[in-house]
Design a protein around this ligand. Sequence first.
Ligand code: ZN
Length: 198
Amino acid sequence: MVAEATLAVEAIPAAEAGATECNRHEHRRKLAGYELLKLAAILQTHTAFNAPVSDAINAFYLATLMIRSFRKPNPRTEYRLRRTDQINSSPTLSEKFPKLKLLRVTVDFFDSSGVTRTGGMKYKVNLAHGRSLLSFNCVHPECIGGDYDLTEQLAQAIADKRKVVEGELRCQGTRYNKERKQEKPCQSILRYKLTLGY
Ligand SMILES: [Zn+2]
């Protein structure tokens, strides 16, 4: 279980594409806490009838529950954790697409006008570790529930034996401005290029 939790934490960079170093660190910290809660829940279930051990486990579990109840709910973080979980539980690329031998990804983030570039990255995916749920976080700091999911585009490209696929996606998340108490659709843009080898 500890090994699994460590693996999940290590897998974050792919899910956190475009995040600043500081955000990534913060996210790692929160995810580590989240994994700890899951671990506590599992341990408690498994040792429910073993009194000496379960006393200690119960104390630990209650402590983690208390920490969780004191923590301010943050819809943005909660959404990220849910998505990271989905990504980490999806099959790896080499499991899902055994014929795929190379995948390079280029993504560029733009504002909703499509004119101002707000970030981007270019990298070669490790097929043995990279997940088949290919998703990039929206980089807008006020966006909740937003990301760019390229899973379908990737699967279709492989099914069609395409070597290069380019396109654009709009973020379907919502921007929530705390001070002005305003909500509006995010609509930021991701331009992507997938280069594939078989
Ligand atoms: Zn967004």
